[in-house]
Design a protein around this ligand. Structure first.
Ligand code: AMP
Ligand code: MN
Ligand code: MN
Ligand code: MN
Length: 298
């Protein structure tokens, strides 16, 4: 008698068209299932609107869907993203705050469009809206509009020329603090995870101050692996997770084929020293048995 357990594949960071992703939640879940993902978190920017559909699709495909969100915050003029995992999307307090985030986004979008207008690019607000899959508007929608109209050769160039930090159409939104965003996630019963810490281009000293702030706010984990990490960054994040006693998360941050080179579920392994964020989720019961000729029972 032999049991062969396949390790579960966790992808705890992904986007649908309810924020700046390209796929409908059902398409996203189907793709994840085809990619062999067992546990997927949908973590749209500042909205939970796609979760209901994603949950239904997950039931059809046998994937476990974790209810998530990725909240934009401001910390010392850096846009820091805080992921909430296992949130209760029906939490009224969380929804009230997400409604405020939506309003901040709309207000920022009008200002971005006004800046673009000053640069001679007309009708950007309506143009960006055409690419939005819901009421929520995000910079990649502007980037697509700029590419479509020949103002940038690709999405990345649109950020480099216009939308990125310090560029002429960059408009800082009035995002909440890290302390506020973590509190909302906790109110909704979720775990707060610092998203893609290496992407903020902070010095090691400043990254430690960020982690201290996040930890004191009640944050419980950091993303050690995302689709864009270099091996040296993985090692650093694993060390910092140990130093600050934070759990380790992993996710592709998949947005769709034209926006991401990353693929769902294709992630490096967490270093052995990491304590995964899912260690107490009771996932063992989901562990799959792989039958082969030698297997008598699972
Ligand atoms: P927003 O939340 O509206 O500020 O838009 C931020 C989103 O834009 C991020 O979540 C990424 O999906 C995308 N993004 C940010 N910077 C870049 C970049 N340099 N190139 C391509 N996409 C980017
Ligand atoms: Mn995004
Ligand atoms: Mn992010
Ligand atoms: Mn993301």
């Amino acid at each position: 008698m032999e049991k062969i357990h396949k390790p579960l594949i966790f992808d705890l960071h992904s986007h649908s068209c309810y924020s700046d992703g390209e796929l409908q939640p059902t398409q996203l879940v189907t793709r994840a299932s085809q990619a062999g993902v067992n546990v997927l978190a949908l973590t749209d920017h500042d909205t939970t609107a796609g979760l209901h559909e994603a949950q239904q699709a997950a039931q059809q495909t046998g994937i476990t869907l974790i209810s998530g969100v990725e909240i934009s915050t401001d910390w010392k003029k850096h846009e820091i993203h805080i992921i909430g995992l296992n949130i209760d999307a029906d939490c009224a307090a969380l929804q009230a705050q997400l409604a405020a985030q939506l309003a901040r986004r709309s207000e920022r979008a009008l200002t971005i469009a006004a800046r673009l207008q000053q640069l001679g690019i007309a009708d950007a607000y309506a143009g960006a809206r055409q690419f939005a899959g819901s009421e929520l508007i995000a910079r990649p929608h502007f980037a697509k509009f700029l590419v479509m109209n020949g103002h940038a050769k690709d999405i990345s160039a649109a950020f480099r020329k216009f939308l990125g930090r310090g560029k002429p159409a960059h408009v800082p939104a009035a995002w909440p603090t890290i302390v506020e965003a973590v509190a909302w996630i906790k109110q909704a019963g979720g775990q707060a995870i610092l998203a893609h810490p290496a992407r903020y281009r902070l010095t090691a000293a400043k990254l430690r101050i960020l982690l201290q702030t996040f930890k004191e706010a009640g944050g419980v984990g950091l993303e050690v692996i995302t689709g864009y990490y270099k091996p040296s960054e993985v090692a650093l994040m694993a060390d910092l997770g140990e130093e600050f006693n934070l759990l380790a998360s992993q996710g592709s941050d998949f947005h769709g084929d034209s926006l991401s080179k990353v693929r769902l579920g294709v992630l490096a392994a967490l270093p052995a020293k990491c304590r995964p964020v899912w260690y107490d989720w009771g996932m063992e019961r989901l562990a799959q048995c792989e039958n082969d000729e030698k297997t008598i029972s699972c």
